[in-house]
Write a protein that binds this ligand. Structure first.
Ligand SMILES: [Zn+2]
Ligand SMILES: [Zn+2]
Length: 371
């Protein structure tokens, strides 16, 4: 989670000219107010973060602070609250019609819970942004979590809230943190079906990942008909990621960003808030994936074969001793076979997809076999 991942991403966007495109505006953000944070987070927890932020020695492990995953550091409250402020501002701008799409690749802190930090996440910007959009008049918000880890924190916030559909596609909890996110986890009694989980086996490659995402996400989001689509683009699904065990390429992640953009237009009035998330291969993977995401949101996707600008590679070489990737592609075809081709009972990915469809689709009036 070293901030260099964001620095390298922003510099790559800059060098590719994405921030200078017509219709693209780069805006700064202020830290979210305590009042806003408290719409999702508990007062004791926010106070504990503020105390640890002022003096890291007082970090309390009971709140997940000062742990190996969430070490305390000076200014951590402001830094985490600023990420929230950015996602909230973008979400509200979408609702007001001031922007069609918003990207905050610093955001997507999906493990943060109301009362504790978890999995490198302090405040849950996605959850606070969605709560702020509901407060501002949105009736339904859909959230799609593409990170290799289960989006447990975001799901927990809206577990029993029928106004928010959370869909998480991730590596099974049997092999990866946080160990949750199975097909039978569907939301609370007042909101059954509002949480959807697709737990895929370790080792998933492009074709299977794309098939799985497209066999579950578009159908449910269309049926839910949200006012806004929020997507979390954690890129720890990549083959080079040191934490996850998927083998997805930058090309497949680019294809999913395209699909989410199209889905926002089809099902959410075009209102699309795209967030970052996990991603721990900070040179070869994170900057390229999220630069593609920014390009997609600016309505002009980058050709996969686009060369990586030499200025960025020089900077990376000075920083790390190696120049980084030469082009914006991993050479993947990013093609997949659609679910309508039929279900293969011998394929573990298909069995996982069918389990999720059988659990969740009927709760949304969909047919698990044919929709
Ligand atoms: Zn992750
Ligand atoms: Zn668009």
């Amino acid at each position: 989670m070293a901030p260099v991942r964001l620095d390298l991403t922003a510099r790559l966007c800059e060098e590719l000219g994405l921030f200078a495109r017509e219709g693209v505006e780069v805006v700064s953000a202020r830290p979210a107010s305590d009042e806003l944070l408290l719409r999702v987070h508990e007062q004791d927890y926010v106070r504990a973060v503020q105390a640890a932020s002022a003096d890291p020695r007082v970090a309390e492990a009971v709140f997940g602070l000062g742990t190996e995953d969430d070490p305390a550091f000076p200014g951590m409250h402001e830094a985490a609250a600023r990420i929230v402020g950015a996602s909230v501002d973008l979400g509200l701008a979408l609702l007001r019609g001031e922007a069609a799409h918003g990207v905050n690749f610093c955001g997507g802190m999906h493990h943060a819970k109301p009362g504790c930090a978890s999995g490198f996440c302090v405040y849950n910007d996605a959850a606070v942004a969605m709560r702020a959009m509901l407060d501002a008049g949105a009736e339904r918000v859909a959230y799609v979590d593409l990170d290799v880890h289960h989006g447990d924190g975001t799901e927990a916030v809206f577990w029993d809230d029928p106004r928010v559909l959370t869909i998480s596609v991730h590596e099974s909890g049997t092999t990866l943190f946080p160990g949750t996110g199975y097909a039978d986890e569907l939301g609370g009694p007042d909101a059954l079906g509002s949480a959807v989980n697709l737990a895929l086996p370790a080792g998933v490659r492009d074709g299977d990942w794309l098939r799985a995402v497209h066999a579950v996400v578009p159908q449910l989001v269309r049926a839910f008909a949200p006012d806004v689509l929020v997507t979390q683009h954690g890129c720890d699904t990549h083959a080079l990621d040191p934490l996850g065990h998927f083998a997805v390429s930058v090309d497949a992640q680019r294809a999913v960003a395209r699909s989410m953009h199209e889905l926002a237009h089809e099902a959410a009035g075009g209102r699309w808030l795209a967030l970052g998330g996990g991603g721990y291969e900070v040179v070869d993977v994170v900057p390229r994936t999220w630069a593609h995401l920014v390009a997609e949101a600016s309505r002009q996707p980058l050709e996969p074969a686009t060369p990586v600008p030499p200025g960025w590679r020089r900077y990376v070489e000075e920083l790390t001793g190696r120049p980084g990737p030469a082009s914006m592609t991993d050479g993947g075809s990013a093609t997949w076979t659609g679910w309508e081709s039929g279900y293969d009972p011998d394929a573990a990915v298909d069995r996982a997809v069918l389990a999720t469809r059988r659990a969740a689709f009927p709760l949304h009036g969909l047919d698990p076999e044919f929709d």
